[in-house]
Design a protein around this ligand. Structure first.
Ligand code: PMV
Length: 310
């Protein structure tokens, strides 16, 4: 039996603008992982994928082209030179909340791809995992920038520009985040299409906002490389204002943002697609507990305190 895991992720700065070519920074979150296990099945049983968290049982040979997990499994098997339907039972599990901006889809697919390569004893690079997972990401995203599959496959903080090789990225000092879930599931494809509709109506305004978000990403990279947490916090706040101005914040997000700031967070923003999902608050050892308590009191469904490091 073979097992592989993949982390959740957060986008530190730059979501949405990254779809339009601006840079973004993302980091893995190892406190919540997706796991894939491959076990032999009786001869003739074929390959079954069981994703209990999604309530899905897929028979690989019969699954449609609109099933992301089947698509990614077929691509990985083709890359491995397997043309038959192997007798395997693949179980997928995830602790990552679904449709909340933490990359649950990319993590499930990444764990699946890694498990298939391991099952056949073949090494696989993060770049190849990322490429295979990207093919399934479009089902969740519509027009994915590729940032989710990249950060989850590399398992390291990355500087990401669409269409360019990702730069794994080393913060000078670990930063501490409180990640709080609004409890509102918000499919990425919906907010990404709403932003696209806004951009089509008023390209000039949206391009200017995307430029401003890109500038925040460059400044955030400098702050991370210099270990300047207060500067990074101010940039989170600036990024949040810009995200709100393109309509991807919501009342629940604003409530959590205000609560975390009032409790002493250095900066707070939504992370991922918005419209619900998670917020990230930049905290310190001395403020983490108070911020966590304030977020829960303000209605957060779950708060994860996690360091982000190289
Ligand atoms: O999967 P999410 O919710 O973290 O959103 C991905 C980030 C977006 O920039 C909104 C979309 C994309 O493809 O980059």
């Amino acid at each position: 039996m073979v097992t592989a895991t993949a982390p959740g992720k957060v986008i530190l700065v730059g979501e949405h603008a990254v779809v339009y070519g601006r840079p973004a920074i993302a980091a893995p979150v190892w406190q919540v992982v997706a796991t894939a296990t491959v076990a032999p099945a009786p001869p003739g049983a074929g390959c079954t994928i069981i994703a209990s968290d999604l309530g899905q049982v897929l028979q690989l040979a019969a699954a449609g082209e609109d099933e992301p997990l089947a698509v990614v499994a077929r691509l990985a098997l083709a890359r491995l030179g397997v043309s038959s339907d192997p007798d395997w039972r693949i179980e997928l599990r995830s602790e990552i909340p679904i449709a909340s901006g933490m990359g649950s889809g990319a993590a499930l697919s990444t764990a699946l791809v890694r498990a298939l390569f391991t099952q056949l004893g073949e090494p696989v690079t993060p770049a190849v995992v990322s490429e295979l997972v990207y093919a399934s990401e479009r089902f969740y995203h519509g027009t994915p920038s590729g940032i989710d599959n990249t950060v989850v496959a590399y398992g390291q903080p990355i500087w990401f520009v669409k269409g360019q090789p990702p730069e794994p990225f080393t913060p000078a000092a670990p930063i501490l985040l409180a990640i709080a879930d609004t409890g509102i599931r918000s499919p990425t494809v919906l907010t990404v299409s709403a932003v696209r509709a806004g951009w089509q109506r008023d390209r000039q305004r949206y391009e200017a906002i995307f430029d401003a978000i890109g500038a925040v990403a460059y400044a955030a990279r400098r702050a991370l490389e210099q270990g300047d947490a207060p500067a990074l916090g101010a940039l989170f706040n600036e990024n949040q204002v810009l995200l709100k101005s393109i309509g991807v914040s919501c009342d629940a997000i604003e409530r959590l943002v205000a609560a975390a700031r009032a409790a002493g967070a250095l900066g707070v923003k939504l992370s991922g697609a918005g419209g619900g999902g998670n917020i990230i608050a930049l905290v310190e050892d001395t403020t983490a507990a108070a911020v966590q308590a304030a977020l829960l009191a303000a209605g957060a469904h779950r708060v994860i305190i996690t360091p982000i490091s190289a």
